[in-house]
Design a protein around this ligand. Structure first.
Ligand SMILES: Nc1ncnc2c1ncn2[C@@H]1O[C@H](COP(=O)(O)OP(=O)(O)OP(=O)(O)O)[C@@H](O)[C@H]1O
Length: 291
């Protein structure tokens, strides 16, 4: 093998090919009316999206409410079936898998939801919530499950005694740590983070974002990080894709998006992202262009 080529592919994730590639993805929902509920129109939630996510990177997907971000997340993890298009994971089309095939893909591809409380069964203790996926997917032998639960708790910064407590006994930030531990339990390669800090107090958001970044480094994870504003994505993303009305209107690395946004909607998003003193806006743009 050519030496230069191998070094190049180690340093440049794009050279290794995308871990996830989305091609001309569409999801239309019918709008039904009348007693016989006939279709009168369609909502084009996702309307011809192309995206690539490379191993080890974080792609931030931003757009206002209703732009189609969550629909993309649901399509990727198999909670919805596309109207058209393909979703390639490691080169294999996963957009129309049988439930059985989807189960085996679960260990490669996980999702962290905005509201961890609604995604965690409130009647189960944390120990059970974390050991369940390990058992179902046979991740470790039975005798190692308890140790593995301890390792997961430690990974996300939760005390060991958390395993005997219920989700409602935790704060919002801690509950999101449980959600992240559960996603990590199957040792996935890609995690779709669907607005993982939007429901948290601002003071807690940075802690969870830092945790996600640390875990990415430690476990070599790839993230699709979804948010409605540029605030959180700028801290975690390598590249950003901007979504508007079901379409990707702009993609670029973080620096480029902040320094020279091309699309009017990206500029509006930038101007709408919270800033303590609006007079600092130009300084902020300058700061990001120097990063
Ligand atoms: N199951 C469904 N049936 C009909 N329409 C739907 C369905 N799910 C989503 N939609 C519509 O598709 C569009 C995109 O919704 P989606 O939830 O993907 O947007 P979003 O960008 O994630 O917004 P949010 O940040 O509010 O979650 C919206 O107009 C929404 O009303």
């Amino acid at each position: 093998m050519d030496m230069d080529m191998s070094v190049h592919s180690l340093n440049d994730p794009a050279a290794a090919g995308p871990l996830l590639a989305i091609e001309n993805l569409k999801k239309y929902y019918p709008v039904r009316r009348g007693i016989i509920r006939h279709t009168v129109d369609q909502i084009k939630a996702v309307d011809g999206v192309d995206l690539a996510i490379y191993p080890g990177e974080t792609l931030g997907l931003v757009g206002e409410s209703g732009s189609g971000k969550s629909t993309i997340a649901k399509l990727i993890v198999g909670l919805e079936t596309p109207t058209e298009g393909r979703i390639l994971f490691d080169g294999k089309d996963i957009s129309r898998l049988s439930p059985r095939e989807m189960t085996s893909l679960r260990s490669e591809l996980q999702i962290v939801f905005q509201d961890p409380y609604s995604s965690l069964n409130p009647r189960k203790r944390v120990g059970e919530l974390l050991s369940e996926p390990l058992k179902v997917h046979g991740i470790v032998p039975d005798r190692e499950i308890s140790g593995e639960v301890g390792r997961l708790l430690e990974l996300v910064g939760l005390p060991k005694n958390s395993r005997s407590r219920y989700p409602h006994e935790f704060s919002g930030g801690q509950r999101q740590r449980i959600g992240i531990a559960r996603a990590l339990s199957l040792k996935p390669r890609l995690i779709v983070c669907d607005e993982p800090v939007s429901a948290l107090d601002v003071s807690i958001q940075a802690q969870i974002l830092n945790l996600l970044k640390e875990l990415q480094r430690e476990l070599n994870l790839t993230y699709l990080f979804i948010a409605h504003g540029l605030g959180a994505v700028k801290y975690v993303s390598d590249r950003i894709a901007v979504m508007y009305a079901g379409k990707i209107v702009e993609t670029g690395d973080v620096k480029q998006i902040f320094r020279e946004p091309k699309h009017e909607y990206t500029k509006a998003l930038l101007d709408a992202s919270p800033i303590a003193d609006p007079r600092q806006r130009n300084k902020r743009r300058a700061f990001y262009s120097e990063r």
